[in-house]
Design a protein around this ligand. Structure first.
Ligand code: PLP
Length: 246
């Protein structure tokens, strides 16, 4: 993560103009996708995926109306949230989207509000303990592997999903909010997201509060909205390209 001394609220700052333009264009895409799917814009939450970008970008996005940000590394999320807090930027929700090791559960429980990547039972136990130690409740989504043949891009297989969802629902300090997925590479996103919608409906039948469907990124958000996504995780289309592996 690069640091800079940019004033995130300076209206003459070129980065602010860049982010404002990208956000306006992205909002048009989301509005058009909602219209095409006969859904209300208010049914869809935009999560700005700020991984690899500095805290000043988070501050600028918040000043432009963004309410939710996503990070995929525990240490980076922790640093950025502290930087934002000391700059007085506190009115936003932090989402954790990345592969999560159990030994990082404590950090994530401190600095994030929702974890999208719960993909195994051991992580449920670790997050529940961590949330208890942090003295808070933590929202959780079961990450679903939508890959048909080879392993997809992380997540639990459809049979494991239900077991993990039940464990989250029973955990004392965790809330089962719903499901999350990344469309598998080389697969039709529309078909993958349709499978996710089926999994989500199945989980919701047993857990009516599990209403979140986190799906859709810069390249496939229209398909996700068409399949009922409630949360979009958008990085590049908003913040620009990341260094490789970012
Ligand atoms: C990086 C990331 C995103 C954002 O992807 P873009 O293609 O930059 O929009 C969404 N979800 C997860 C899990 C990510 O790691």
């Amino acid at each position: 993560m690069s640091r800079d001394d940019r004033d995130p609220l300076d209206v003459a700052d070129p980065r602010r103009t860049e982010l404002a333009d990208a956000l306006a264009f992205l909002e048009q895409r989301i509005a058009a996708a909602c219209l095409a799917a006969n859904r209300l814009r208010a049914e869809v939450t935009l999560i700005a995926v700020t991984k690899t970008f500095p805290a000043s970008d988070v501050a600028t996005l918040v000043s432009l109306g963004v309410t939710d940000v996503g990070e995929n590394r525990a240490g980076e999320a922790e640093d950025k949230r502290l930087e934002c807090r000391s700059a007085g930027v506190i009115d936003l929700r932090w989402h954790f989207l990345g592969q999560l090791q159990t030994n990082k559960a404590g950090v994530v429980a401190q600095c994030c509000d929702v974890v999208h990547s719960v993909d195994r039972l051991k992580l449920v136990t670790a997050l529940d303990r961590a949330a208890e130690r942090a003295g808070r409740r933590l929202g959780c989504l079961v990450q679903v592997d939508l890959g048909l043949s080879s392993a997809g891009r992380g997540g639990a297989t459809p049979t494991q999903v239900e077991v993990i969802a039940d464990a989250l629902a029973q955990a004392e300090h965790l809330d089962l909010d719903g499901v999350m997925a990344v469309a598998p590479l080389g697969d039709e996103p529309a078909e993958a997201f349709a499978r996710l919608a089926e999994v989500a409906a199945h989980i919701q039948a047993g857990h009516p509060g599990a209403t979140v469907i986190s799906a859709g990124m810069s390249g496939d958000l229209e398909h996700a909205v068409a399949c009922g996504a409630t949360h979009l995780r958008v990085g590049r289309a908003l913040l620009g390209s990341r260094p490789p592996l970012g």
